[in-house]
Design a protein around this ligand. Structure first.
Ligand code: NAD
Length: 481
């Protein structure tokens, strides 16, 4: 079996010791390919290549317009290759074709186009200093070499939403995708080179946590942009403290959904189900805790469970599939362990709760699982499950619902369901969440910031915020005397 290679500078290479890792199709458990497993030497060489790329006249002196054209071309190539990339993402990650071709690929292309437009709009300021005869201005300058570390749930989209602003602002990057799902990132990097990204400006290291750790420790890396679990994010922040590397962290979530008494229950059931089961619940913004007014909680629970049971489960490649597999056996065991904890702690299991068997047994399939009578102290109410597990809780008054919704360590997303205009506008600022949705499933758009409070991380991605994240402000004083 051939293995994908590392990209270091201008060269596609095997790992320096020839080591390889294997990636699997979560729908069947079968191996689908191998990838080079980078060594510490490879990390050194990739970082050195990125430094050379960053400082090269070709990149450093490239006009914003030319840089923007390259990013735009990446978007075009992503669109041209959507059918094969969507199959690759679905086979490696488990995403349904609807998500891979309908969300992941369009979003990745849109992000490259969005930041292609920004290259010519990154403006500075002139400061009115009170020292005589001075012209003092600020400009945004790139950070240098940025290490990008991504998770397995949306490999291509998340790589795109970090790489595009990092390059739009003139940095060079070393990207390390998750070991479970490297294939679409390898292809993205190939397309970036084809689009004209100069040698050394994008470098690729595949491999596991050791590769990520080496990148974070590396003194030649100026910044780390990480999306992944909270525990790894905390470790990265600790290690990066040694050289005060710039760190931005997109971590876990435990989004609450507050259903007010006036909500359209049928719309809330469908929207909540979509928001909870998007990518089989393997989404950081997934809705997980459903606070429903006591007057409507039983109706909501029964309708939610019935709708959940009706959803087709199957491989991402089958057009009718709505609920695909979980990414790995290890992850399935973790999700099931949390479901067991819910039962042991006294929650009422309404539907689901055991691995899918029969024809799908060789894959990592877990059915939508609905719990009722969940209390705030249960593990399923506090910990990120990252699977198709929905916990319904009753509340009596809105202040109580808000306090309970905010009573977790995470603060990434939240949703409210109401038909009252005033509530729709006054409730969001009371919620400790980076993004609040009203009467809809979670959405991501390059024009709107994304990030969280508390253990959901540091900083914001997307929009103008990402331009700030990938640059430093530099002041220049010119003596006019
Ligand atoms: P993970 O933290 O286990 O791994 C993420 C990446 O970090 C992988 O590439 C991995 O190899 C690497 N890594 C592991 N240990 C490392 C270390 N010590 N130092 C440096 N790199 C290391 O996360 P995961 O299981 O791949 O992804 C799921 C998590 O990602 C969930 O918690 C989810 O909420 C989070 N996530 C957050 C967002 C967001 O926008 N906030 C988006 C998607 C996923």
């Amino acid at each position: 079996m051939s293995a994908t290679k590392l990209l270091i500078g201008d060269h596609w290479l095997d790992a320096s010791d020839g080591a390889r890792g294997t990636t699997y199709d979560p729908a069947t458990g079968a191996s689908i390919g191998e990838f080079a497993e980078a060594t510490a030497d490879d990390v050194d060489r990739a970082v050195a290549a990125a430094r050379t790329g960053f400082e090269s006249a070709e990149w450093a002196r490239m006009t914003p317009d030319a840089r923007g054209r390259i990013l735009w071309r990446v978007a075009d190539l992503l669109e041209e290759h959507t059918p094969d990339l969507a199959v690759l993402e679905s086979t490696d990650q488990g995403q349904t074709q609807g998500i891979a071709a309908g969300v992941t690929l369009p979003l990745a292309a849109q992000v490259f186009r969005y930041y292609a437009g920004w290259t010519t709009k990154i403006e500075g300021k002139v400061s009115p200093v009170s020292i005589p005869d001075q012209l003092t201005y600020q400009q945004r300058v790139p950070l240098g070499v940025v290490g990008i570390i991504t998770p397995w749930n949306f490999p291509l989209a998340i790589a795109a939403w970090k790489i595009a602003p990092a390059l739009a602002t003139g940095n060079a990057v070393v990207i390390k995708p998750a070991e479970q799902t490297p294939l679409s990132t390898v292809r993205l990097v190939e397309l970036m080179r084809e689009a004209g990204v100069p040698a050394g400006v994008v470098n690729l290291l595949t491999g596991g946590p050791e590769v990520g750790k080496a990148l974070v420790r590396h003194r030649g890396v100026d910044a780390i942009s990480f999306t992944g679990s909270t525990s790894v994010g905390q470790e990265i922040a600790r290690v990066a403290a040694d050289d005060l590397k710039r760190v931005r962290l997109e971590l876990g979530g435990k989004a609450p959904s507050i259903v007010l008494p006036d909500a359209d229950i049928d719309a809330a059931v469908i929207g909540n189900l979509q928001g909870a089961l998007f990518n089989t619940g393997q989404a950081c913004g997934a809705f997980t805790r459903f606070f429903v007014h006591r007057s409507r909680v039983e109706e909501f629970t029964q309708k939610l469970a019935a709708a959940a049971e009706s959803l087709p489960i199957g491989p991402g490649s089958a057009p009718e599939t709505v609920v695909g597999p979980l990414v790995s056996q290890e992850h399935l065991d973790r999700v099931h362990g949390l479901v067991q904890s819910g039962i042991e702690q006294g929650a009422r299991l309404v539907t689901g709760g055991a691995r899918v068997t029969g024809d799908l047994e060789s894959g990592f399939f877990y059915p939508p699982t609905v719990f009722a009578d969940v209390t705030d102290d249960m593990r399923i109410a506090q910990e990120e499950i990252f699977g198709p597990v929905l916990s319904v809780m009753a509340y009596d008054d809105l202040d109580e619902a808000v306090a309970r919704a905010n009573d977790v360590d995470y603060g990434l997303a939240a949703v409210i369901w109401t038909q009252d205009l005033k509530t729709a506008h006054t409730l969001p600022p009371r919620l400790r969440a980076g993004t609040v949705f009203v009467n809809q499933l979670p959405l991501i758009d390059p024009g709107a910031p994304w990030g969280g409070f508390g253990l959901s991380g540091w900083g914001r991605e997307m929009g103008e915020y990402a331009i700030d994240e990938f640059t430093e402000t530099q002041s220049t004083f010119i003596n006019l005397a």
